[in-house]
Design a protein around this ligand. Structure first.
Ligand SMILES: [Fe+2]
Ligand SMILES: [Fe+2]
Length: 344
């Protein structure tokens, strides 16, 4: 919207640059008004440093999760049970790479470079979702990841389509469409296994047993222990609390598990008539913090593989940069004739 935006745009400082502007208060008020009015904040708009830093941290962590998340499933591409399953899984893993790219681009609009973010991932200074530190032991894990992990991601990300920061919100629209395909392919895979031989059914049940609790942890710590939640909600980066989203996810999954013919591994899970939602058992937060600290089953493996992939891709980045430089030189040459007069 023009009025508030006009105040916010002029002379926007680069990320991390000190603000020495006498109109600081006016800009802060314009920013607050824009957020309150559900306007989108755009890259050239003035924004508080803490808002910018929060977005960089969140979008970077999201981008890192997308590309690290390719690893557990890529583990099964060569062992998919049919050509159809293989094609679906390859498409899904490629989608995740695409999500990483949209999100790194969204982060770059805030004044950070992709190199810097990747460096922080590789050196452990920025995190990715802990869910990807669990191993994929059987083919059924591909189904459980699609159904539960992508399902939890959608529950988290649909509200982000209305995030106050424009580039992040717009990236989420496309990401969510693709995530819903991922969730459905996982559900359909588990359904096929659940209705298959007793061994296949048992494999599907085992995968759900292992992925259920880590999926609930994906929503982050409980509201009373979540350090960033309140400010993110005030800035309309987040629209719902961790516990609200977790509850929504449980309520969606229970009837789906019934249709799948699978059970969720929680003896305390039951419908609460009075509150119109499901009650569920206590989450093991010790495990959550432990995996976050780097002690999950696959933390080391995921980072080692990521660093190796980055190093092995160096020649691609160099070739792309050389090609772009050559193209730019040629392009400039085309428009300037021997006399230096610009040609049509
Ligand atoms: Fe994704
Ligand atoms: Fe996905």
């Amino acid at each position: 919207m023009a009025t508030a935006a006009a105040h916010r745009t002029a002379g926007a400082p680069a990320y991390g640059a000190p603000h020495a502007d006498p109109d600081g208060d006016a800009r802060q008020r314009a920013f607050d008004a824009a957020v309150a009015a559900d306007e989108r904040v755009e890259p050239r708009d003035w924004m508080p440093d803490a808002y910018r830093a929060t977005l960089v941290r969140q979008i970077a962590q999201h981008a890192h999760s997308e590309i690290i998340g390719m690893q557990p499933e890529a583990n099964w591409i060569t062992r998919a049970p049919s050509l159809r399953r293989k094609a679906i899984l390859m498409a899904k893993v490629q989608d995740e790479a695409g999500h990483g790219l949209y999100l790194y681009s969204a982060a770059e609009t805030l004044g950070v470079s992709r190199d810097e973010l990747l460096d922080k991932l590789h050196s452990g200074r920025q995190k990715y979702s802990s869910i990807f530190n669990y191993p994929t032991l059987t083919w059924a894990d591909v189904g459980a990841i699609g159904w539960l992990v992508d399902g939890a991601a959608i529950t988290n990300q649909v509200p982000l389509c209305r995030c106050s920061y424009g580039p992040y919100a717009r990236a989420m629209v496309r990401v969510c469409k693709e995530e819903s395909f991922h969730q459905r392919q996982g559900y359909e895979l588990l359904l096929a296994l659940s209705r298959g031989t007793p061994e296949q059914h048992a494999m599907a049940q085992d995968a759900v047993d292992r992925w259920w609790w880590p999926s609930l942890m994906m929503f982050g710590p409980p509201d009373d222990a979540s350090q960033h939640s309140a400010q993110s909600m005030a800035w309309k980066i987040k629209r719902h609390s961790n516990d609200e989203l977790r509850q929504r996810f449980v309520d969606i999954c229970v009837p789906q598990a019934e249709s799948l013919g699978l059970t969720l591994p929680d003896p305390d899970l039951k419908w609460n008539e009075e509150h119109g939602r499901h009650d569920f058992g206590a989450i093991d937060w010790t495990e959550f913090w432990d995996v976050l600290k780097g002690n999950g089953p696959c933390n080391e493996q995921r980072l080692t593989q990521r660093r190796r992939a980055h190093d092995e891709g160096a020649w691609v980045r160099e070739a792309a940069a050389a090609h772009a430089a050559k193209h730019a030189a040629k392009h400039t040459g085309k428009h300037t004739g021997p006399t230096g007069v610009e040609q049509a």
